[in-house]
Design a binder for this molecule. Sequence first.
Ligand code: HEC
Length: 397
Amino acid sequence: MLGTHVFEWLELSLRWGHLTVGIAWIGASFYFNWLENRLERRNHENRELEGDLWAIHGGGFYHVQKYEVAPAKLPPELHWFKWEAYFTWFTGLALLVVTFYLNANVFLLDQSVAELSAWQGTGIGVASLAVSWLVYDLVCRSPLARNAPLLSLIIFIYFCVLSYILCNTFGGRGAFIHVGAAIGTVMVLNVMAVIIPSQKSLVSAMQSGGEPDGQLGRAALTRSRHNNYLTLPVLFIMISGHYPSTFSGEWNWLILIGLAVVGILIRHYFNVRHLPGTKWWLLVAGALITVAIAAMTLPKSAFESDTIQSASIDTVRNIIHERCTVCHSAAPVFPGFQIAPGGIVMDTDVEINDLAARIFSATVATRSMPIGNLSKMTEEERTKIASWYAAHSRENN
Ligand code: HEC
């Protein structure tokens, strides 16, 4: 009991911390993008300036100036933005270990997708992060990088392939989180291995009176553009675990790609909003794709099983007591579960009837339960639940 409780609080602390530093990172990055886009580039008396802007916030006026290259003299104190990114990665990795790797059989693996041991799953998971960075960094350093749209396309295709492979290796939840963690790893290493070194070269060039490394500067700009477009897809992935209809179907890899495209379109809209020309279509396209995906994931109607004789509550109770209450009980017996997950308890007929819609959704519509099909529910049992639910919902309408 104590072990599980300590574990829960460890997870809570990591998740809370991850969210906090993640917001600090993305928030700063959104803010600087906004500054860049809104900068008033008028003719300044001060020739060194590229632009400036005024803002009011928290009861005070702020006047921000951006230099064309750099001020003539380095200020005594220069603020850097990097620890938010690094800590987002550390806490994220720790969370990945605590929630997915230490409980790989429940949250990471699905033996009906691929038969893997917890160690194999963990190995593949960690490798997917490392390989993603190596591939991404290699393409960015290759001659392909001279063509920016082509480079973006190749990176996009790489992550599509990764989504396909991982969705055919792990359970949907674990696959999604690994695509997200791989993108997050790329983003953090972009900061650590390219953007920060480029800024350091700029600063040290100023101190020594030399020239900053121009190539490093261009690479940093490209990487920070990539980070910008990757942000919204990652944010969706981080909350995707709440939505079985996205991660649990056969087409989950494609749904992930579709929603990533929506994120990219919306991010693009905010990047170009201040420029002349029509842009609203970006938002409309994003909304249409979202609606299309929602339609595509619409659960099959329970009433399709009309022809089958509907199963009785006795049958359903037996199925649930065999396949679900090992976890979803007032006193679970499944190793690692001291309390019913999600607060869902199905010990009595009253509880089962009250939860009918969610039981149907979890076992038939999204097939997210039994999690990883650990209790080995059969197809026949799923059909029986569907037929019971069809009758149940007719009676209650
Ligand atoms: C091995 C343990 C385990 C078994 C067996 C299991 N579940 Fe779950 N269930 C979980 C966990 C863990 C969660 C919480 C998942 C999350 O964090 O989103 C959950 C969440 C749920 C939820 C709420 C989230 C959702 O997807 O709607 C429902 C409903 C549910 N289970 C139904 C079932 C049914 C019905 C069965 C039996 C067919 C079942 N579960 C078998 C572990 C289990």
